[in-house]
Design a protein around this ligand. Structure first.
Ligand SMILES: NC(=O)C1=CN([C@@H]2O[C@H](COP(=O)(O)OP(=O)(O)OC[C@H]3O[C@@H](n4cnc5c(N)ncnc54)[C@H](O)[C@@H]3O)[C@@H](O)[C@H]2O)C=CC1
Ligand SMILES: O=C(O)[C@@H]1CCC=N1
Length: 273
């Protein structure tokens, strides 16, 4: 892929996961800067991955070709306001990974016809297993779209959405989703511990079952998820009993409601931030 100078504004969980995935995947660390006010996160990234670290957002952004906005949505207006007064964004590519901050809002904050792509990544990017949704307004060049796609493909898979609302739907299915699976796995581990297993063995059982199930899904693209489930579920057997409890408790409806709540929150944030 093409290599450009990239400045990450924000050095937290998500920026850290992308930086790690990029450098581990061979992106030149010397072309990456991470900026945050407190030294702890950014210096840890600098030490571990050899990227530059700075507390000066404007200086980093000014010398970069690509500026990745990776602060919390509620800080975006303040951070962008300070950047706008010191940095000329024309000719730069701006990438936002924030939930709930629209292209329209970024144009108001940083300048009209801002060359921007919204990315909705997730933390498995850290291990090259990320899933990112991408949205760009029509005027963004093919070259910048290709660069953004290649950047995020270097830490996982990507999916373009035609409509900006698609980013909120990607949040529900991928951005927030690792947390759903972690909750499920946590609950399973806790029950195994209640059953008397030590924490390490309980975790190993759950983690291997989860990664094995995910690997099976990936290895069987022609087989529906329902069929994979049925292949585990012997008639009159143990799995059927477990699934009956989940269905009686309306797990599918709970999942649907949770995803709808994530989308609704993203829409609220669009009004707030
Ligand atoms: N954590 C996740 O799984 C995902 C997060 N996101 C988005 O990524 C963005 C960041 O989220 P996290 O990494 O989870 O948050 P975080 O709290 O871990 O990181 C935020 C970073 O911003 C830095 N920061 C605070 N004030 C700053 C300022 N004035 N200038 C520069 N940096 C500043 C903090 O020091 C910290 O390094 C959010 O907008 C979120 O919506 C998107 C997808 C997934
Ligand atoms: O919870 C959040 O708002 C962010 C966006 C997706 C994952 N984390």
């Amino acid at each position: 892929m093409q290599h450009r100078n990239i400045a990450f504004i924000g050095a937290g969980n998500m920026a850290g996961a992308i930086v790690a995935g990029l450098v581990e995947g061979g992106y030149p660390a010397g072309l990456i800067s991470v900026c945050a006010p407190s030294a702890s996160h950014r210096d840890a990234l600098a030490e571990r991955y050899g990227v530059h670290s700075s507390s000066d957002n404007a200086a980093c952004a000014a010398s970069a070709d690509v500026v990745v906005l990776a602060v919390k949505p509620q800080l975006m207006a303040e951070v962008c306001g300070a950047l706008r007064s010191q940095v000329d964004f024309s000719g730069k590519l701006v990438l936002s990974i924030a939930a709930g901050v629209t292209v329209e809002r970024f144009c108001a904050l940083l300048g009209e016809q801002l060359n921007i792509v919204r990315i909705m990544p997730n933390t498995p990017s850290l291990v090259g297993k990320g899933m990112s949704g991408l949205y760009a307004p029509a005027y963004v060049s093919q070259q910048d779209r290709d660069f953004t796609a290649a950047l995020m493909e270097s830490v996982g898979k990507i999916c373009w959405v035609d409509d900006e609302h698609g980013i909120n739907q990607v949040i529900a299915a991928a951005g927030s989703a690792p947390a759903y699976f972690f909750l499920f796995m946590e609950a399973m581990q806790q029950e195994m511990e209640r059953q008397g297993f030590p924490a390490d063995k309980a975790r190993l059982l759950v983690q291997q079952a989860a990664s094995g199930a995910a690997a099976l899904v990936e290895a069987s693209p022609e087989v529906s998820l329902g069929t994979l489930r049925e292949r585990v579920t012997s008639k009159g057997g143990t799995t059927a009993e477990a699934l009956n409890v989940m269905n009686e408790q309306k797990l599918p409806e709970i999942v649907a409601r949770a995803m709808q709540a994530a989308i609704a929150r993203a829409q609220d944030m669009e009004q707030q931030f």
